[in-house]
Design a protein around this ligand. Structure first.
Ligand SMILES: NC(=O)c1ccc[n+]([C@@H]2O[C@H](COP(=O)([O-])OP(=O)(O)OC[C@H]3O[C@@H](n4cnc5c(N)ncnc54)[C@H](O)[C@@H]3O)[C@@H](O)[C@H]2O)c1
Ligand SMILES: O=C(O)CC[C@@H](O)C(=O)O
Length: 402
């Protein structure tokens, strides 16, 4: 079985997969446009930022599993993968500390204008009075948009700096916020209005695209610090470019429109000329520690896929299958018995949605649970029961969880 790593990655943790008969192919130079041609004969694909399009997936006949060696899965056409029965898994939380550290670094750098001061020093200019006006962080209000893995790591670090945290997040309630000792905001606009510093940690989804809108940016106090280390698409960069000088915003960005698909390239620098705007080239996850944690998690996912029933961190399994009934069949552990039962269900036009099979000690008998779409008729059940090797058949109605 062949595993393709289509991004720069720490490979040490993947070495052990060779014991399981996996051939690891390392092609960090692959891009969105060259990936499709490289997928021939590949069963497992590991990517960081390389985009996986529906078009690439349509030619990937052997592909069973895509591992996003990171948090966000927005770079993968998950719907296209689901339509072809391909697992998509990610590594949630494994790079969260690294991103929170960068967010904190950008906040500190913006408050003290560290980048500008360094630029002056590099040019031999000593400008002590120019850089002696940092506001200080202690007691300032920090707004966290998206209180997931990164947001929570930032929260821990923010407390150490004496910041007062507030948050807005999908499943955050006033009770939960109170338990976490975090101020609660009902809307993102409300959070922005009470943020001396606003840090964005939302995933890119249909609901969050453009959510940090002009209105939200307008709601920020003048002179506020805004940090985005999540995805550029969640933030209105056009409005931001206008509002930075007007509201004296101080901005730290790790994610930008037009990020090159490869490790090296060019970008429109105009936003960085609007005022105090600092940036990094999407390196939030790029610490040695985080990349090792990501590689270990990737190896764990692949190992589970190969040797266990459940695959960890899969993001595209149906929350509830269309199954409405379970057919529980105890049978002898012999060749063809299950196939015979399935043939009967097929003849009665019953679609099998999920299957599990348990073998008992001694390997004489098994219990097979088939989750099916329609109720099998009495005639169908009788036919299954009639096989000599079938010990018992039950039909159970399932709760409608859809
Ligand atoms: N710069 C980088 O290198 C880097 C690294 C890791 C993650 N990221 C980005 O940061 C994002 C956040 O990472 P994470 O690990 O904290 O993810 P996460 O899934 O743990 O947290 C996301 C949080 O956002 C909340 N959320 C989701 N949809 C929402 C909505 N519609 N409205 C309000 N809240 C919503 C979730 O409830 C969750 O609390 C990732 O999805 C990824 O895009 C960037
Ligand atoms: O791997 C990277 O360089 C970026 C990963 C990051 O965007 C993520 O979503 O985890």
């Amino acid at each position: 079985m062949r595993l393709l790593v289509a991004d720069k990655m720490n490979l040490s943790a993947l070495e052990e997969l060779r014991i399981l008969g996996i051939e690891v192919i390392y092609r960090p130079e692959l891009t969105r446009d060259t990936l499709a041609a490289a997928l021939d004969g590949i069963s497992i694909l590991v990517v960081r930022s390389t985009e996986v399009t529906g078009a690439a997936l349509s030619t990937a006949k052997h592909l069973n599993l895509i591992v996003r060696a990171g948090a966000g899965v927005n770079t993968i056409d998950v719907a296209a993968a689901s339509a072809r029965g391909i697992y998509v898994a990610n590594c949630p939380g494994k790079n969260a500390i690294a991103v929170a550290e960068l967010a904190m670094g950008l906040i500190l750098a913006l408050d003290r204008k560290v980048v500008d001061a360094t630029t002056d020093l590099r040019a031999g200019r000593w400008e002590k009075s120019k850089y002696s006006s940092g506001g200080g962080l202690f007691g300032r209000r920090l707004g966290i948009a998206g209180l997931g893995a990164v947001g929570r790591e930032l929260l821990d670090r923010a407390r150490a700096f004496g910041l007062t945290p507030h948050a807005w997040s999908r499943s955050l309630t006033p009770t939960r916020a109170a338990k976490m000792d975090v101020g609660f905001s009902k809307t993102l606009e409300e959070l922005a209005a009470k943020s001396d510093i606003l840090s964005i940690h939302l995933p890119l989804t249909a609901h969050t695209r453009g959510v940090v809108s002009r209105r939200v940016l307008e709601a920020l106090p003048d002179g506020a610090i805004l940090v985005n280390t999540s995805r550029f698409e969640v933030l209105d960069y056009v409005a931001l470019a206008e509002l930075v000088p007007r509201k004296n915003l101080r901005v730290g960005l790790d994610v930008l429109p037009g990020e090159p698909d490869e490790g090296k390239g060019t970008i429109d620098p105009s936003l960085f000329e609007q005022g105090l705007v600092y940036g990094t080239p999407h390196i939030g996850a790029s610490t040695e520690q985080a990349q090792l944690a990501i590689a270990l998690e990737t190896a764990r996912i692949v190992r589970s896929f190969l040797t266990e029933e459940d695959v960890p961190n899969v993001v595209n399994i149906a929350a509830a299958s269309p199954a409405r009934f379970a057919v529980v069949i105890r049978m002898m552990d012999k060749v063809g018995v299950l196939a015979n039962c399935l043939a009967v269900l097929k003849r009665h036009n019953i679609n099998v949605e999920e299957v599990s099979n348990t073998v008992f000690e001694g390997a004489l008998a098994t219990c097979t649970k088939l989750r099916v779409s329609g109720r099998p008729s009495d005639a169908c059940v009788k036919e299954i029961q009639a096989f000599d090797e079938v010990l018992h058949v039950d039909v159970i109605g399932l709760p409608n969880l859809a």
